[in-house]
Design a binder for this molecule. Structure first.
Ligand code: AMP
Ligand code: GLY
Length: 421
């Protein structure tokens, strides 16, 4: 089969890496890809939202399956576009990807089907939103409705911060007019977070191994939120009964609700969960693999990933064997100086050839005119160590993270420590 992956980050590098092991694939492309993906797939200079260019390329190259990894093209209907041209695509259609694309949709769905989530109200005008906010107390959470590159959520510790966030979203439209046209104001929940991803083909749900992200930029969860500074899997401190509770109370009912709404979800459904004293609750749903969760999940997958994608598209996921390794995986993100604020690009990266044990997934790299790999994004590399347990996987990830250099590189030193305390 000839397969095209859409996207350019560490997640896409991990997907391409997993697919590259499939004996069924004769040719892999990635659009647009990055400096690391280029070693495994032919990178094509077409970007994620160039739908016509993608379908034309897929026709010309006789592509058998297009795997759409990122949120933007899914929400904008790339899968629908490809299907309308007779091209097979993996990922939810726009009417199902809306579970990530609109937080108001997601919250209304969960409320309608009594699926546990933070209590909330949603508003499409500033004045009533402000009046409601003033009737609440901090801490409180303000969320822009639409996609905002992971930055649309403010966990406000004070009412001043909450009012400023609301104003930025609805009046300042800092995430754009469309993403900021509506807001969700919700109850602040406390507890450990868990990312529970699942393969879903409508009503069949097959959980992947659980993982945990680290969103704040600094150790001990200090500093502003990022796209994710590291992940690990499994979560030895979280009992299997909690994972089962999440499946039975949240993930399965949500897949069933999407079917009932005439929006069957086919693809990867990502539940962002919080383990509160009152049970597991939903923070968010994403309509895709997580980044950097994928960089610890796929290295633990023993089954051919392509077989799972095809089973989902054929509606035979229930019969598809899916096997996971017992190994632990820890991914440390190495970021650009300044990230998640402004950062330089084009810094030469050295030491990639010194890496010993870990898998190196490129997130934001490019190859310059001299063939040198350089930084090209905020999150630059994800270094995944594998071992018999979290301690060994961590040690391998950090040992190799230290062998790689670029000016001003930084990473959190406490990835996976929540499992060890
Ligand atoms: P999201 O972009 O929806 O994943 O939210 C980003 C982060 O904000 C989450 O990973 C949580 O750490 C935090 N967050 C979101 N909603 C809540 C909530 N209701 N209570 C506490 N923290 C939250
Ligand atoms: N790691 C968070 C996300 O992919 O949304």
């Amino acid at each position: 089969m000839r397969v095209l992956v859409i996207g350019r980050g560490g997640r896409e590098h991990a997907i391409v890496w997993a697919l590259s092991k499939s004996p069924k694939i004769s040719k892999l492309f990635c659009a647009p890809g990055n400096g690391g993906i280029a070693g495994l797939a032919e990178c094509v200079p077409i970007i994620e939202l160039q739908f016509d260019e993608i379908s034309t390329f897929a026709k010309e190259q006789a592509i058998d399956l297009v795997m759409v990894a990122p949120d933007d093209p899914l929400a904008a209907g790339l899968v629908d576009h490809l299907e309308s041209k007779g091209i097979a695509a993996f990922g939810p259609r726009a009417n199902a990807a809306i579970i990530e694309g609109s937080k108001v949709f997601m919250k209304q769905l969960l409320k309608k089907y009594s699926i546990p989530t933070a209590a909330y109200e949603s508003f499409d005008a500033y004045e009533p939103a402000l009046a409601y906010l003033r009737s609440q107390t901090a801490p409180i959470v303000i969320k822009a409705d639409g996609l905002a590159a992971g930055k649309g959520v403010t966990v406000a510790q004070t009412m001043e911060e909450a009012e400023a966030a609301l104003k930025d979203i609805m009046v300042g439209q800092v995430f754009g007019a469309s993403a900021g046209a509506s807001v969700v104001i919700e109850e602040f929940l406390t507890g450990q977070e868990m990312s529970l991803l699942a393969f879903v083909d409508g009503s069949t749900v097959r959980l992947m191994v659980p993982s945990q992200d680290h969103k704040p930029v600094f150790d001990n969860d200090k500093g502003p939120n990022t796209g994710g500074m590291g992940t690990y899997s499994p979560l030895p401190h979280i009992p299997e009964s909690i994972v089962q509770e999440a499946l039975v109370n949240i993930v399965q009912p949500t897949a069933d609700a999407m079917v009932a709404e005439g929006r069957p979800f086919k693809g990867v459904l990502y539940a962002g969960l919080i383990l509160t004293p009152n049970g597991v609750k939903t923070i968010e749903f994403n309509a895709r693999f997580g980044d950097p969760e994928t960089q610890v999940i796929l290295p633990r997958l023993k089954t051919d990933l392509l077989d799972i994608f095809l089973a989902i598209n054929n509606g035979t996921l229930a019969e598809q064997p899916i096997e996971w390794s017992e190994q632990a995986a820890v991914c440390v993100i190495v970021a650009s100086p300044g990230y998640p604020g402004p950062y330089p690009k084009g810094l030469p990266i050295t030491g990639l050839d010194q890496v010993q044990d870990a898998l190196v997934f490129h997130a934001g790299t490019a190859v310059d005119e001299n063939g040198q790999i350089v930084t090209n994004g905020g999150r630059v590399l994800g270094i995944t160590g594998l071992g018999k347990d979290i301690v060994e996987a961590r040690q391998k990830a950090y040992a190799d993270a230290d062998r790689i250099h670029f000016e001003g590189k930084h990473y959190r030193t406490d990835i996976a420590m929540k499992a060890l305390r």
